[in-house]
Design a protein around this ligand. Structure first.
Ligand code: ZN
Length: 352
């Protein structure tokens, strides 16, 4: 089916089933537990530079939590979901909320909302920034926010050695969105990771950026992790430096995974059970990753691949539904109720 027709059909179906309350009728035959994926919550100025698809406002999150509660759902941690998947029958009233990377607003903004609504969540913590180290994407988003795509492309062109790289960067499309898309593609594929990281780190610091200061403003610290843990929020590991694991050899993968596990153990005084893959697509990890996770005693791991989780879902390839400020809540609720999975089982695939 044409992509555009699919989008229109899906939106129409979600609106009708949500407005009439008919979506609830699908829950009885739901074959899986939904895990929702978020990043930042609210709009603290410290995260202004991060892109919109990583954010949800307080108001929208409250609205979603209220809808879930009104529909009879209760929130569970990912460890709880893993236990549910071992049980006799899958409970139809469960949903898990997950928040990736470990942003400070998860403590300052999210925690009070969870407490007020009697909800829980699992937060996947990248531990490097808590020790003052940021990855290239933060440098990239920060300088992009400060300069705009074309000025940043010029700064990159001045620092990169190869003639064809300079030519690529100086011929970006005039439209800012298209230019930004092209530049990100360029940084991922047309330049070595070492050059990219080095050049972006230099531009970031030339423009007055400071790793330790930005990391402190944007990420949780050990104290906030402990407070979340004490409040019944589950913490999970998300590597030290947020690299694409499949691009690393097994030794470096182990350093990344075990490093974040040990950091969390020392901050919390106990181990953590689950892991989320940075970037989360199935090609962002490999066999070596799965072996390391099993050896370290993790019980399961989350991808960012869409879908519900049933008994047959591999425990180290759990699926999630991404939600952000632009998400249509009728659509999210239909996913949670298993509406689109029900249609897919009958041959109507409305995944977009
Ligand atoms: Zn992440």
């Amino acid at each position: 089916m044409k992509h555009k027709i699919k989008i229109v059909m899906r939106r129409w179906l979600a609106r009708v089933l949500h407005a009439t309350g008919l979506r609830a009728a699908f829950r009885g035959s739901r074959q899986g537990i939904p895990v929702l994926m978020f990043h930042c919550v609210g709009s603290p100025a410290s995260t202004d530079y991060l892109p919109g698809h990583m954010k949800i406002s307080e108001g929208k999150l409250r609205k979603l939590l209220a809808l879930l509660a009104r529909s009879g759902y209760s929130t569970r941690t990912v460890s709880d979901v893993l236990a549910d998947l071992e049980g006799e029958a899958l409970p139809a009233d469960r949903v898990a909320l997950t928040f990736d990377d470990g942003y400070r607003d998860n403590h300052d903004v999210l925690l009070p909302i969870l407490q007020e609504q009697g909800a829980t969540a699992t937060i996947y913590v990248q531990t490097g920034p808590m020790k003052g180290r940021l990855n290239w994407l933060h440098h990239y988003f920060w300088v992009l926010h400060a300069q705009g795509p074309h000025a940043l492309a010029e700064l990159l062109a001045q620092q990169l050695g190869k003639e064809h790289q300079r030519a690529d960067l100086r011929s970006l499309p005039p439209d800012p969105t298209a230019a930004e898309y092209e530049m990100k593609r360029f940084l991922k594929y047309e330049v070595t990771p070492e050059d990219r990281d080095r050049v972006l780190a230099r531009i970031f610091s030339d423009l007055g950026g400071d790793d330790a200061e930005l990391a402190r403003a944007v990420y949780l610290g050990p104290d906030e992790c402990r407070a979340l843990d004490k409040a019944g929020v589950e913490l999970g590991a998300h590597t030290v430096n947020h690299l694409i694991l499949s691009s690393l050899d097994a030794t470096r993968q182990r350093l990344e995974i075990e490093g974040s596990l040990r950091d969390l153990e020392s901050w919390l005084g106990h181990g953590v059970q689950t892991f989320a893959y940075p970037y989360g697509r199935t090609w962002d990890f490999n066999e070596a990753t799965l072996q390391i996770l099993a050896e370290l005693g993790f019980r399961g791991a989350l991808t960012a691949m869409p879908g519900l989780n049933d008994r047959g879902t591999p425990r180290f390839e759990l699926r999630r539904l991404a939600v952000n400020e632009d998400s249509d809540l009728a659509d999210v609720m239909c996913e949670v109720d298993g509406v689109f999975a029900w249609f897919a089982r009958r041959g109507l695939n409305l995944a977009v």
